[in-house]
Write a protein that binds this ligand. Structure first.
Ligand SMILES: C[S@@+](CC[C@H](N)C(=O)[O-])C[C@H]1O[C@@H](n2cnc3c(N)ncnc32)[C@H](O)[C@@H]1O
Length: 247
């Protein structure tokens, strides 16, 4: 019975991949991108705008900061699931942390993990300016040992993964057991600048992202969708809520 089910599923997947898929997306232009950034709640945000400006002054590294609309999306996600406990891997100058923390339920806490003292010093100043510093606990150091040594029994409603791309799988495997059913994990840069689909021989990060996207798509522990927001967000919901065992 199981074997038949597997064959049917495989056939279904092949059929889906085999058909010509009509393009159901819009290629953005600068004008359209400006428009979508404007049509958001809080499009003018003095604290976030000032943080973007200060981060841009750091030079090329500023590319690492998430985009404005990604920030809004993170706030909505954490608020929509009433997250009380969240974790972020890859904090940089603190933009995504502010956005996640703003969506947390009263009394909620975000553990923000980054190895850079220099960049997180900027983050801490802006968390104070945003009035959410009491909701964020910075853990400074390498993400994998920090995740391995989290307090026993600590669980998360929401996770944002934006650290070293070659370590995404390790972060995921360490976070998933602590994620509550129906909790969410969002991974950034999952379209990898549009380079996926071509050979990624000299690009270990690209290869890791590609492997992660493919692993998540067939991982029965989660339900996942790859969204073309900025450089791509892979959004995963942990299955197995009470009464939803097969979901
Ligand atoms: C893409 S940036 C994060 C951007 C941030 N989410 C934002 O909104 O601005 C990646 C960050 O991950 C940190 N990082 C990279 N590898 C790490 C590791 N193994 N452990 C801890 N932090 C790491 C870097 O120091 C950098 O600040």
């Amino acid at each position: 019975m199981k074997a038949i089910h597997r064959v049917r599923r495989q056939t279904g997947i092949e059929w889906h991949l085999g058909i010509e898929m009509k393009a159901k997306y819009i290629a953005l232009t600068d004008a359209l991108y400006r428009y979508l950034c404007e049509c958001r709640t809080g499009a003018l945000d003095p604290v976030l705008d000032s943080l973007r400006e200060e981060t841009e002054a750091l030079g090329d590294v500023s590319r690492m900061q998430i985009s404005r609309e990604q920030g809004s999306f993170l706030t909505i996600l954490s608020a929509a699931i009433c997250a009380r406990s969240a974790v972020e891997i890859g904090t940089f100058t603190g933009y995504s942390a502010i956005c996640i923390a703003r969506g947390l339920a009263p009394g909620g806490r975000l553990i923000a993990v980054d190895r850079s003292q220099e960049w997180t010093a900027v983050a801490k100043r802006y968390w104070t300016r945003a009035g959410i510093d009491n909701r964020i606990e910075l853990r400074l150091g390498d993400a994998i040992p920090i995740l391995r040594n989290l307090e026993p029994g600590l669980t998360f409603d929401f996770a944002f993964i934006d650290g070293d791309k070659t370590e995404y799988d390790a972060y995921y495997e360490l976070i998933l057991p602590r994620l509550r059913p129906n909790g969410l994990v969002a991974f950034d840069n999952m379209l990898w600048g549009g380079k996926l689909g071509a050979p990624l021989r000299d690009d270990p990060s690209g290869r890791a992202i590609d492997a992660m996207n493919r692993k998540l798509a067939s991982d029965s522990r989660v339900e996942t969708v790859l969204l073309p927001v900025a450089d791509g967000i892979q959004l995963c919901r942990k299955r197995g809520a009470v009464g939803q065992a097969e979901w």
